[in-house]
Design a binder for this molecule. Structure first.
Ligand SMILES: O=C(O)CCC(=O)C1=CC=C[C@@H](O)[C@@H]1C(=O)O
Ligand SMILES: [Mg+2]
Length: 344
């Protein structure tokens, strides 16, 4: 059942436009990020569930977009948010090139390094971590395995990564899949004398109950992404109820979608770690003439005249340049209609 507070689906789709933004480096198996921009009375919003997501999972993303465009993103507690750089699973030799896309790379507070990529091995991960550690000797280091390791593989890999990263190792994000396996891994790491903090990502954003991680003590911190959690308001509640440190991260959004992540980060009382919102440099094109690219390791929170966080107006020329074909537009419209029926 759709609640009475949602705009009609035709209103949501009025002025919706699909763009395909090329990626600089393949990330999450994608070479381009296709997404739908929506225009609501409170500003622009983004509907961008990954292509394989069904209507139910996509409905959370739609709820988040409706919040941004029709209800607003709320007022910030801070105007600048520290962000990490994100390192795709490139060869060690490609690390410098990725970092060169960040302005003042030496000011980057932390780098999140993708590991356990399908088709690669542990040595490639270790070489990549070592290359980042060498390139930025003061930055914090974290890895993200997207749940691809088994528990024994995770123990071995994290022990070796910890040996390279030393005190700069901030945490390992979703080293194994699921909630219980994360809890078990934490125990095994203690037993093995490898004191690495564990962050839950998929175990929060893809779970029926995002609070189970906290209830089971399965992680030291949670990664929170606005679209899969159904909006800023709901994400704020989840962080508060979980009672764990939170790292706000991007869902590989354009600068419009990223604004909602910045709203969440700007409204959390505490940000103990840099946020994973530095992903615009992974895109070769964006829809804003001044994209939300971090400067000196931080992003400025965009606010409107009323003091609420709001995405800056997209550039019509950039939209036209990156606009997807009529068939893709129709596919996304159909997808949004299906998600609309599943709205919480
Ligand atoms: O956390 C970051 O530094 C950037 C965001 C990021 O890594 C991700 C964004 C979107 C999809 C995911 O595969 C990926 C992640 O797993 O965290
Ligand atoms: Mg992750």
């Amino acid at each position: 059942m759709t609640g009475p507070t949602h705009p009609s689906v035709d209103e949501v789709l009025d002025g919706a436009v699909v763009v395909s933004l090329p990626m600089r480096t393949r990330f999450r198996g994608q070479d381009a990020r296709e997404l739908m921009l929506l225009r609501g009375p409170r500003g622009w919003a983004e509907f961008a569930p990954f292509p394989e997501y069904g209507p139910q999972e996509s409905a959370q993303w739609l709820a988040a977009a409706i919040e941004a465009g029709w209800r607003g993103l709320g007022e910030p507690l801070r105007h600048s948010v520290p962000v990490n750089a994100t390192m795709p699973a490139v060869d060690a030799a490609g690390v410098d090139q990725v970092l060169s896309r960040y302005q003042d790379a030496e000011a980057i507070p932390a780098v999140k390094i993708k590991v356990a990529e399908p088709g690669q091995n542990l040595q490639q991960d270790l070489d990549r971590v070592a290359a980042v550690a060498r390139a930025l000797p003061d930055a914090g280091l974290r890895v993200d395995a997207n749940g691809a390791w088994s528990i024994p593989e995770a123990v071995e890999a994290l022990e070796q990564i910890a040996a390279i990263a030393g005190a700069r190792f901030e945490y390992a994000e979703q080293p194994v899949a699921g909630v219980e396996p994360l809890a078990q891994l934490r125990e095994e790491l203690v037993r093995a004398g490898v004191p690495v903090r564990i962050a839950a990502d998929e175990a929060v954003r893809k779970a029926q109950d995002p609070l189970r991680v906290a209830q089971l003590g399965a992680a030291d911190l949670i990664v929170v992404k606005v679209p899969p959690l159904g909006g800023v308001q709901r994400a704020l509640q989840i962080v508060q109820r979980a009672g764990l440190d939170a790292v706000v991260s991007s869902a590989l959004d354009s600068s419009v979608g990223l604004t909602a992540g910045l709203a969440l980060a700007s409204r959390l009382p505490e940000l103990p770690f840099a946020c994973g919102l530095g992903t615009v440099p992974l895109l070769a094109a964006d829809v804003l003439s001044s994209p939300l690219v971090p400067v000196s390791g931080a992003l400025t929170v965009p606010v409107g005249d009323d003091g609420a966080v709001v995405a800056p107006e997209p550039d019509p020329q950039l939209i036209a340049q990156n606009r997807a074909g009529a068939e893709r537009q129709a596919w996304w419209e159909q997808r949004l209609r299906q998600a609309y029926h599943e709205l919480p």
